[in-house]
Each structure stands twice: as structure tokens, then as C-alpha cells.
Write a protein that binds this ligand. Structure first.
Ligand code: UD2
Length: 312
């Protein structure tokens, strides 16, 4: 039995990781500042270190005795980084550096870093392969690239094992629709279930590679323990993409509604198309996405229905 520190363990992806680790019988500690994560997402009995990981001493406290650090804590929003580059740099870069230093000093076996497809920027080449030159076009993309480069440097310079995963568009239960910066699927489901019109930015032809959260959890856990992958950056996605309009249609079907979308001007910093090549994840990690978009949307809509009281 190993001790896993899940930073951001009260958040969307982090809480799914905590749940799976507990089912596997591992020991789990969560570090979270509860800026967006919810205490109710953390199962009872799990040790929690509360605080800002970028503040001196917090990361050191959190990593004590940990075998693996799954660094999920972040402000994972492209538009929010455009609106607040300094605040998001604090949470996405300063906190990551503190976690890496603490993990190095504590003799952690491996750190898994949460990178992003936003690191690729808006180059027209598709699908995105890890060996393509990253050209981020937003503070968020750059912050994730810096975190990833710090990870690789800590591996070569200090011998701390790190693996960076570039998540594409993750969705599933517990993704919060409560902020204008929330993920598109959570916003669309929340609108449709209230009988409100979802807002499509631009003409809806932009495409994304939507990956279900339990598949991401599989990728993270494989990245934590697979031998011989330290220092690597690996896409975690499905390798397929759909347009935002196709997504609206699929959700209308699943939710059983005919509410039509409203169109608004394109969002600043948005990339047009995003789709991953997942050959590297398959080859190095044995990763294979198991949940189709339709099944994932069905489960996510079902979760939103039970989480949202009728009439709310
Ligand atoms: C997602 C991730 C981000 C990063 C990035 C990598 C989320 C919340 N963010 O950013 O962390 O990994 O992928 O590329 O998952 N849209 C609408 N209407 C809405 C909201 C969004 O049309 O109400 C569009 C938006 O213009 C974009 C697409 O949907 O074209 C996806 O937007 P998003 O905010 O869900 O995710 P993205 O790709 O900016």
C-alpha cells in the first residue's frame, strides 16, 4: 500500500482520483485550498492539508511520507488566465514549483503533473503530437508549459521522477457549471436541464477532443507507476474530436430536449481545432480510452439530474 498525495483532490478530476485510489486500497492525502473544490467531494476519513500550495511550507507539509504526488491543483481555465494572468500564474506555476521542490526534498517516488492541450496553441497541424513545438497563445497554455518544463528539468537536474500529462477536454460528473469559466459540457448540460438556451461562442464549428474523467484517472494512475517513463510528456485524450454544435445536438438527444443554442461572438484566446494523437499514451502507458462520448454524456447528464433538485 502506497501513500498518494492528490493536490486539488477536492476538485473535479482530483476527487475521481481519490475515489479510485481508495477503491484500490491505497492511502490517500488531499491538499486543497478549496478555491473551487468542494469539501463534500472528499470521502470521510481522508486526511486533508488545507492551504495555498504556493505559500511557503504548505507543499512541504503536504508531501510528508508520500510515495506519489498527483498534482491536479490548478486554475484550469483558459479565459480566466486571459482575464487574470498574475493570479493564475500564482496557482498554476508558483504552486507547481513549490510542489516539485517539496517532492524532491521528501524523496517522493514520482510526481504526475497535469499539463494541457492548451500548450500546443493554435498551430493548424492536427492531430497534436507531443513532439510538435509548443506555441501557447494564452497565459494558461504558457503556465502549463512552464510547469511541464520544470518537471522535466527536475527529472534531469535532481533525479526526481516526473511525468507530464497533457489532458484535452475532460468532462464528467462533478465538473462544476457554476462559473462562466466552467467547461463547456457542464455549462451546456446545466442550461439544457433548466430549459435555458446554451450559448455557443462563434459559429460552433470549433472542435474539441472530449475525454471522460474515468479514462483520465486511468491515464494518471498508469503514469504514476509505469516504469521507464520519467521525464515524458504524454497526451491524454480520445484521439477523436467533435464540433461544439455536434456536442449541442448530442446533448439535446441525451437530455431529451429541443432547446436551441444562442450564438455569441467568438471567445478571445480560443483555439479553433483540438484533437490528440494518443499513440504515445498507448505505447508507453498502455492507455486506451474506454468510455465513448455518448456514454460519457449519458452518465454526466444523469449525475447533473440527481445533483440538481427539481425546480432549482
Ligand atoms: C479546455 C480546458 C482547459 C484546457 C484546454 C485545453 C476546461 C474547463 N478547460 O479549455 O483546462 O485544458 O481545454 O485546450 O475543460 N464554449 C461555448 N460555450 C460555452 C463555453 C464554451 O461555445 O458556454 C466553447 C468555447 O468557445 C470552446 C469550447 O466550447 O471553443 C470549449 O471550451 P471550454 O471552456 O470547455 O474548454 P477549452 O477548450 O477552452
Amino acid at each position: 500500500m502506497a501513500l498518494y498525495l492528490v493536490t486539488g483532490g477536492a476538485g473535479f478530476i482530483g476527487s475521481h482520483l481519490v475515489e479510485r485510489l481508495l477503491i484500490r486500497g491505497e492511502s490517500v492525502r488531499v491538499a486543497d485550498n478549496f478555491s473551487s473544490g468542494l469539501r463534500s467531494n472528499i470521502p470521510g476519513g481522508v486526511e486533508v492539508v488545507e492551504g495555498d500550495l504556493a505559500a511557503p511550507g504548505v507543499a512541504a507539509r503536504a508531501v510528508v511520507g508520500a510515495d506519489y504526488v498527483l498534482h491536479m491543483a490548478a486554475v484550469p481555465s483558459v479565459p480566466r488566465s486571459v482575464a487574470d494572468p498574475i493570479g493564475t500564474n500564482h496557482d498554476n506555476v508558483d504552486a507547481t514549483l513549490q510542489v516539485l521542490v517539496a517532492a524532491r526534498d521528501a524523496g517522493v517516488r514520482r510526481v504526475v503533473f497535469s499539463g494541457s492541450s492548451a500548450e500546443y496553441g493554435d498551430s493548424p497541424d492536427l492531430p497534436k503530437r507531443e513532439d510538435m513545438p509548443p506555441t501557447p497563445v494564452t497565459p494558461y497554455g504558457l503556465q502549463k508549459l512552464i510547469g511541464e518544463q520544470y518537471c522535466r528539468m527536475f527529472t534531469s537536474l535532481y533525479g526526481l521522477e516526473t511525468v507530464s500529462l497533457r489532458y484535452f477536454n475532460v468532462f464528467g460528473p462533478r465538473q462544476s457549471p457554476d462559473s462562466p469559466y466552467s467547461g463547456v459540457i457542464s455549462l451546456f448540460i446545466s442550461a439544457l436541464l433548466r430549459g435555458q438556451s446554451p450559448t455557443v461562442f462563434g459559429n460552433g464549428s470549433q472542435t474539441r477532443d472530449f475525454v471522460y474523467v474515468t479514462d483520465v484517472v486511468n491515464g494518471v494512475l498508469r503514469a504514476a507507476t509505469t516504469l521507464g517513463v520519467a521525464g515524458e510528456s504524454i497526451n491524454i485524450a480520445t484521439g477523436r474530436s467533435v464540433s461544439v454544435l455536434q456536442l449541442v445536438r448530442a446533448l439535446q438527444q441525451v437530455a431529451g430536449t429541443i432547446v436551441e443554442p444562442t450564438f455569441a461572438p467568438p471567445r478571445g484566446g480560443d483555439v479553433l481545432h483540438s484533437q490528440a494523437d494518443i499513440t504515445k499514451a498507448r505505447t508507453l502507458l498502455g492507455f486506451e480510452p474506454a468510455v465513448s462520448l455518448e456514454d460519457g454524456l449519458r452518465d454526466t447528464v444523469a449525475w447533473f439530474k440527481q445533483a440538481t433538485p427539481v425546480g432549482a
